[in-house]
Design a binder for this molecule. Sequence first.
Ligand SMILES: Nc1nc2c(ncn2[C@@H]2O[C@H](COP(=O)(O)OP(=O)(O)OP(=O)(O)O)[C@@H](O)[C@H]2O)c(=O)[nH]1
Ligand SMILES: [Mg+2]
Length: 213
Amino acid sequence: MRTEPATIPVNTDPLVIRSLEFVGGLATIGGWRPELDLPEIAFAGRSNVGKSSLLNKVLKRRSFARVSKTPGRTREINFFKVNDAFLLADLPGYGYARVSKERSADWGPLIDSYLRGTKDLRGVVQLLDVRHDPTDDDRQMLDFLADVGVPVMFVATKIDKISRLAVDKRIRDLAIILQVDEDHIIPFSAQTGAGRDDLAEAIAGLLATERAA
Ligand SMILES: Nc1nc2c(ncn2[C@@H]2O[C@H](COP(=O)(O)OP(=O)(O)OP(=O)(O)O)[C@@H](O)[C@H]2O)c(=O)[nH]1
Ligand SMILES: [Mg+2]
């Protein structure tokens, strides 16, 4: 009798989403936030860079995190609980001029206190539009992150907007500007889903690390 090699179905998704819950938003310093004792990953970037779209793609939901054509839509830190195992935090976008002065002045202290006060923060996924160099606001954000000492993973978003060759070049340029290895920048498109599994793997990797004291 001839035996066929056993075919074991493999799930190649590095981050299978079994359950998902929106647990609330943090709008002011010292305001309510979930106290769940779960590891947490935050998503940061300029307004309109595609944070909410990326989260939906990672979570494989069409419209879980709010996506808007109006930049500056996400004004709170929104927390999502995944698989009852970890939290993802969608940070408000920064650097959008038309958000009132008062609101944009809120941004720095809120993000700063969030980053310093989140004891189970395992990493920050910092988004940059693949087409643009980091702005002054991005640099301020990167300074916060360096100061807090949290691991950072970069994502270059909206790669569907330029050619594959141009993406490669931009990743090389961004790596030099950010002074990181190219493999620390994940090319991503919420439109095509490119990069989703690479990002999911990076998130799983961050979650698997213990936070440095
Ligand atoms: N072509 C393309 N468009 C994208 C991509 N990601 C996001 N967008 C579009 O960019 C706009 C902003 O996306 P959001 O996901 O709301 O951006 P955000 O960073 O959450 O914005 P704020 O909440 O204002 O900080 C929307 O019109 C999205 O459809 C992408 O990968 N490719
Ligand atoms: Mg958003």
